[in-house]
Design a protein. Structure first.
Length: 158
């Protein structure tokens, strides 16, 4: 799609985060919504997160995957006072959790001109550590760097 102002090609993506977008089974995105995305070459964001719908296949010539973390308790229940995680995104993926995405990412690479992967588990530099781990799993070269998880505190602790 061309951006009306700058006339640049822009790749659009939609992340469905509300159950009203689901089909009657409440497990998949409504096919009519996916067809609208296909007609407009808009990517359906594939999601890894607690209780969030993964999305159903590719709807564009580009792909977008987003890792939110899996802190189900913080997303859907009240935080406990003694819980020192920064927020719902304070999550470090384990190797096997990321490894399970490798086949789907490789499939997307075969079908798409671009595959974008974003880690939204940013608390304490966990997204950086997980990005390097996924790059290793996908055999993507990068500079070797040890990522130290940062110790941070909320303002309420001061």
């Amino acid at each position: 799609m061309l951006d009306a102002v700058s006339h640049q090609v822009v790749d659009y993506a939609v992340e469905f985060r509300h159950n009203s977008w689901l089909d009657d089974s409440e497990k998949e995105i409504d096919p009519a919504a996916l067809e609208v995305l296909r007609e407009r070459n808009i990517a359906n964001v594939l999601i890894d997160g607690p209780g969030l719908n993964l999305g159903a296949g590719q709807t564009a010539n580009h792909s977008y995957l987003r890792f939110h973390g899996r802190n189900y308790d913080i997303w859907y229940r009240e935080e406990k006072e003694n819980d020192h995680r920064l927020d719902r995104y304070d999550y470090l993926y384990k190797k096997d959790q990321l490894d399970s995405w490798v086949p789907q990412i490789k499939e997307a690479e075969q079908k798409a001109t671009k595959v974008r992967i974003y880690f939204n588990n940013h608390a304490r530099a966990k997204s950086v550590r997980n990005a390097f781990l996924l790059m290793d799993l996908l055999s993507i070269e990068h500079k070797e760097k040890e990522i130290q998880l940062q110790e941070q505190f909320t303002l309420g602790e001061f």
